[in-house]
Ligand binder design. Sequence first.
Ligand SMILES: [Zn+2]
Length: 375
Amino acid sequence: METLKLGSSGTLVQYLQSLLKTLGFYKGNVDGIFGNQTKSAVLIFQKNFGISQDGIVGKNTWQKLSNYFYIVPTDVSYGSNILELNLKGFEQKFPFLVQGNIGYSALGKNIRYLKFGNGKKQVFYSASIHANEWITSVLLMKFTENLCSAYLNNSTIGGYPANYLFNQVSLFIVPMVNPDGVDLVVGNTKQYLPDIFEYAQSLANNYPNIPFPDGWKANINGVDLNLQFPAEWETARINKYSQGFTKPGPRDFVGLGPLVTPEALSLYNFTLSHNFSLIIAYHTQGETIYWKFLNYMPPNSYEIGRQFSSVSGYTLETTPYASGFAGYKDWFIQNYNLPGYTIEVGSGENPLPISQFQDIYNKNLGILILGMLLS
Ligand SMILES: [Zn+2]
């Protein structure tokens, strides 16, 4: 684990600050810059936990902090480094939550999955297939934390007893489909893998009007993972090429064929090896729920969509033609004729500021619970 001290910076420092704030030791901004105020907070933490007081976060201090890794921060730029720490925390705190990998990213990072519950019915939620939509990872991770805490404490979530939910369904969650892309957007790649950062920048140079790295949705090789599924992929290719997306870049490049990226292929295989009766793919922008693909109208899909809409205040819509093909939910609906949804949370410019998190969480909690019950 990286040692943090005066002068350190980045998302891990943000995480440290967030954690110390949650624990009541830090009152400053969660800005990712390890200054004197952060050092003072570390010193107080060390004093409280009986570690030698040097103001440096090394092995012993991380060890003590790791008891709180299960707390998902909702005020930091959330990359795969923090996801991994939270998952370690979940492993300690919530042993009943199954963890595994669906595969590996182009850079060899874990693409994690979680499984909550023992029910026969299988439901699947995924997030951050688009890099600059990483706030959706925080949504699914915070939901998982709260769901597991409720189960652990024999209490309720969203009005439902957690142990009822546990017995009712097996909920599968992939909180970050595109870890390489997310790390690029949150600053981890620039800090830890400068060569890869330059490589991505060279791809982004094909599209000078798209902000870099903030406008990056694709995987690290510049392929848009949500245009990678065998559901009218050829139509998606024609649409996107006609819009000028003919080369790898930050977004909207369909790739040289369907499922040529390890991330999309992993998601595809993971889906085929289960029996999901409902899926939700989380995205950002527009507070909208998309439920249809072409003329497929899976039984109950519209009705469930109406209920999602009513508990969230989001509008239920059909996908616009220009972006209506080769997406994960498109393929799921086409392949299974079962309810599949793309949910676009929040509004503004991607990446959405993490300050929108609480509002997004409040609006989606009902959907996340109903998704487990209605399918
Ligand atoms: Zn998206």
